[in-house]
Design a protein around this ligand. Structure first.
Ligand SMILES: C[S@@+](CC[C@H](N)C(=O)[O-])C[C@H]1O[C@@H](n2cnc3c(N)ncnc32)[C@H](O)[C@@H]1O
Length: 248
């Protein structure tokens, strides 16, 4: 039975190889392949993701955030940063009606970027093998968006863990600022923003900086986010624009 389950697990899009490329920021836990398999087998979200055809369990984090904060709607243009293997993009495509499946509802658009190459997500425009922090990548996204302002920017990006806690925390906060800067320059009025952070001292400053540009910001730990992970998300709603900021 166990061998059967392991085989089924490895058939999902979240391959062991992909997982090995993603050292999760677990507090003091071993990151061996065996531990990973054991944990996957015991995780109800993994089986649920397989049944609903999501590429990985992370889909449930975004579903939960969107169910509560209504950050995605049909017709929206969404940018998904750190999108591989693609489950957030799958959710974004569905909720924005990017494939036009919901009749008479506006059709959205999803732009998904990751420094890894990953399989196409139907309904999304994929930018694989591109580092979001590089000006050339951002230029490609700007060209793809054309005149269309973004209604929601998502970032589930995490830097490669160095093992040095302070450095890792600084790196993820820096990534958030790169996302925030891009979001400020490309967002429509009332747009939303979600960024992943790890619990650390710099988060309140980031929250304050986000609040200069968005009406509200909430720190969220979805149920689907593992309790032994330091990750949580800042959910910012209703982009205010930059006018007020520049006049103060
Ligand atoms: C936790 S995974 C994202 C999972 C994704 N939200 C999903 O549901 O399928 C984090 C991703 O961020 C990507 N990433 C990290 N830094 C990046 C960067 N500077 N540019 C682009 N992608 C990056 C990694 O390659 C990794 O695939």
């Amino acid at each position: 039975m166990r061998n059967f389950l392991i085989k089924r697990l490895l058939q999902t899009h979240t391959s062991l190889q992909y997982a090995k490329q993603q050292p999760h920021n677990l507090k003091g836990k071993s990151k061996s392949s065996q531990d990973w398999l054991t944990r996957q087998l015991a995780d109800p979200y993994v089986e649920k993701a397989r049944m609903l055809n999501f590429r990985c369990r992370s889909a449930f984090k975004l579903l939960e955030i969107d169910d509560k904060y209504k950050i995605l709607k049909p017709g929206d243009a969404v940018l998904d940063c750190g999108a591989a293997p693609g489950s957030w993009s799958q959710v974004a495509v569905e909720r924005t009606n990017a494939t036009g499946n919901i009749e008479k509802a506006p059709v959205g658009a999803v732009f998904s970027i990751d420094r890894l190459h990953f399989h196409a997500v139907p309904g999304a425009t994929i930018f694989g093998g591109m580092d979001f922090t590089k000006p050339a990548s951002q230029q490609r996204l700007r060209e793809a968006l054309g005149d269309r302002p973004v209604n929601c920017v998502l970032s589930d990006m995490a830097p490669n863990a160095t093992g040095i806690r302070m450095l890792d925390q600084e790196n993820i906060i820096n990534l958030c600022y790169v996302v925030l800067r891009f979001a400020i320059s490309m967002s429509a009025p009332h747009a939303n923003l979600v960024v992943k952070v790890w619990d650390n001292g710099d988060v309140p400053k980031l929250e304050r900086d986000i609040l200069r540009f968005y009406e509200k910001v909430k720190r969220v730990k979805p149920r689907a986010s593992r309790s032994d992970s330091a990750e949580h998300f800042l959910v910012a709603r209703s982009f205010k624009g930059t006018q007020k900021e520049s006049s103060t």
